[in-house]
Design a protein around this ligand. Structure first.
Ligand SMILES: [Zn+2]
Ligand SMILES: [Zn+2]
Length: 321
C-alpha cells in the first residue's frame, strides 16, 4: 500500500521528515522548503524586493538549492552570482561552473566567475607550495577561506550589491554556533546571528537563507530536481579543522536520537544571542583598517590576516578589498 502525502493527502509521499514526523510528496516538500526559506528571509529581513543580491555559489548541491529557491522569491533581474575558482589540481570546477552558467543564462542572472589566480596572482596549489617551500605549515583551508571571503566581498562591494547570499544550511550553522560557544567567542557568536550588524562600511551584509534547512533536505531536493552531483572532494579536506569534524559527528548522533535537535539548538542559540549579546553589538563600533591594504580587520589587529599570510610567503601583494 502506498503512503499518501500528509500535507495534500493525494500524491504519494516521497520524503519522510523525521523532525516533523510527516511524510510529504515531492510538490509539498518543495513548498515546505520555500515556505521555510521565505519565513526566515522575512523574519530577519534578509533582503527586500528592491535589493540587489549576490549569490556566492561553490557549485555543489547547496548552491543548486539556494539558486533554485531564491529565484522563486526574488526578481532574477536583481540577482547576481559569483563563483570563485580556487585553482586546485584534480579538483575540477569547470563542470560546476557550467551548470551555474546555464541557469544564470536561462534566468537572465548576472554571472561573475572569479579566481584566486586572477585576484591574487596565484592559485591555491601555488600558494600552498610556496608556503611549504618556506617551511611553513599553514592549512590550505586558511588561505582558501580568507581569500574566498575577500573576493566575494570585493565583487559585492564594487558591483553595488546590497546583500551576499551564501548557501550554508542548518547543519553548517549549528556546527559553527557550537564551535563558537565552545571557544567562548562572543564576537563570532554575534556575527553568526542573522541580525548582527556589519562591523565595517566596507563589508556587504552576508545572509544565509537556507539556515533552517537540513543538509539531508538539500541533498534530497537536489536529487529530486535532477541535479547531477559531482561533489568531487577537495584534496585538501584532510587539513580541515578537526574541531568542526568532532562537533559535526556529535551533533549527528544527537539528531539521530532526537530528531529536530538541530533546529531547536539553532533557535535556542539565536534567542540567547538576541537577548544577551546583540545589545552589546551596537557598542562594537567600526572595525579598524589594515595598515597595508586598507581592508577591515579584527579589533586587535593592525594588519589583516590576508596581508600577514602573503607577507609570510614573500608576496608583497597589497590586494584590493
Ligand atoms: Zn503533497
Ligand atoms: Zn591587509
Amino acid at each position: 500500500m502506498i503512503r499518501r502525502c500528509d500535507a495534500c493527502g493525494e500524491a504519494e509521499a516521497r520524503v519522510a521528515q523525521r523532525h516533523t514526523g510527516r511524510a510529504l510528496c515531492s510538490r509539498c516538500f518543495r513548498e515546505d522548503l520555500l515556505r521555510r526559506l521565505g519565513e526566515e528571509v522575512e523574519r530577519y529581513r534578509m533582503f527586500s524586493p528592491s535589493e540587489r543580491v549576490l549569490l556566492a555559489l561553490s557549485g555543489g548541491k547547496d548552491s543548486f538549492v539556494l539558486l533554485d529557491l531564491v529565484k522563486e522569491v526574488h526578481d532574477p533581474g536583481r540577482m547576481g552570482i559569483v563563483t570563485v575558482i580556487e585553482g586546485v589540481e584534480g579538483y575540477n570546477r569547470a563542470d560546476d561552473v557550467a551548470w551555474i552558467a546555464d541557469v544564470a543564462r536561462s534566468y537572465g542572472i548576472d554571472l561573475h566567475v572569479a579566481s584566486f589566480k586572477e585576484f591574487a596572482g596565484l592559485g591555491l596549489d601555488e600558494l600552498v607550495s610556496l608556503d611549504r617551500s618556506r617551511g611553513l605549515k599553514t592549512s590550505p583551508c586558511t588561505y582558501c577561506g580568507v581569500l574566498r571571503r575577500r573576493i566575494i566581498n570585493h565583487y559585492a562591494r564594487t558591483l553595488g550589491y546590497d546583500r551576499v547570499l551564501t548557501a550554508h544550511n542548518l547543519d553548517d550553522e549549528v556546527q559553527t554556533y557550537v564551535m563558537n560557544l565552545l571557544r567562548g567567542d562572543r564576537v563570532r557568536l554575534i556575527q553568526g546571528h542573522p541580525l548582527s550588524p556589519t562591523l565595517s562600511r566596507y563589508f556587504v551584509k552576508r545572509v544565509k537563507p537556507l539556515r533552517k534547512i537540513y543538509e539531508w533536505e538539500t541533498a534530497v531536493y537536489a536529487f529530486m530536481r535532477g541535479f547531477k552531483f559531482q561533489e568531487t572532494e577537495c584534496p585538501y579536506i584532510r587539513f580541515r579543522p578537526t574541531l568542526r569534524a568532532v562537533v559535526r559527528d556529535y551533533l549527528y548522533e544527537v539528531e539521530r536520537a532526537r530528531p529536530g535537535s538541530l533546529l531547536r539548538i539553532l533557535e535556542a542559540v539565536d534567542r540567547y544571542v538576541e537577548r544577551e549579546l546583540l545589545p552589546e553589538a551596537s557598542r562594537l563600533g567600526e572595525l579598524p583598517q589594515c595598515s597595508v591594504c586598507g581592508s577591515p580587520t579584527a579589533y586587535s589587529r593592525r594588519t589583516c590576516v590576508l596581508c600577514d599570510l602573503l607577507q609570510k610567503i614573500g608576496l608583497p601583494a597589497r590586494l584590493p578589498f
